[in-house]
Design a protein around this ligand. Sequence first.
Ligand code: NAD
Length: 263
Amino acid sequence: MSLEEQRGALERAAILLRRARYGVALTGAGISTPSGIPDFRSDEGLWRQVDPMEVASLWGFRLNPERFYRWIRPMIRTLVEAKPNPAHYALAEMEREGWIKVVITQNIDRLHQKAGSTHVLEVHGSIETMTCQGCGHRESSEPYLRPEVLEQLDLPRCPHCGGVLKPDVVLFGEALPWATWRAAEEAVQQADVLLVAGSSLEVYPVADLPYQAARNGAKVILVNLASTPFDPYAEVLIRGDVAEVLPVLVEMARGFPGASDSV
Ligand code: NAD
């Protein structure tokens, strides 16, 4: 369905955002596909090429870190060089306008921060730092994840003990960063509007957040290309490309009165 045909849904979403007392956004890999980073579950997605449980799980990493780095190496250049797209900028704009207070993201790519969002909760970690699997030493990944460096290294190694360095991204079988997850749940508890953009809502526990929000009475706006298990429960469902939809929502919301404006 075209965006023109979904005009009613777009307007309802824009009004909800404009009038939100505590708006929260939840994003997934789909918000970064317009920046050239493939998602996991679409037809072109990364899971079509490998068995995720073998390669991108904590036990898979521990058993065979070389295989993990062989898999992730071609992606690193894409991740490091990617630029924010209009969807990231629209969310940063919504934060500046005060319509959303927090972005909870499953993405590890730092594109929300690059676009200007200041309150970002990275519940699956990020590629910003790495931790030694031997001694726990943690440092910036910048010297190791530069594509030209990575292409020449077998494995990034700890400068202190020689152990293998792992990017601080949450792999299958690994716990979420506790404080960040707690903050995300608290934000969702406070939310009266939750905008979910570009997520299949298949990865738990994050996929539970829209249900938590709805149970607390929040209105959930869902923007995605494909259907998700949460579709029947969304207050507003918009089927479309986030890079087109989110800027439209910003423009429309500007045209509506806010909660504190006199009408
Ligand atoms: P997912 O791959 O499971 O789902 C992505 C969803 O986005 C799909 O339903 C797809 O239809 C939709 N989509 C793709 N492009 C879109 C667009 N332009 N507009 C609207 N919708 C679009 O991703 P997920 O739900 O985030 O969960 C998978 C895991 O993937 C997360 O844990 C995340 O850490 C990881 N991941 C992150 C990145 C990244 O950092 N950019 C990339 C790939 C995977």
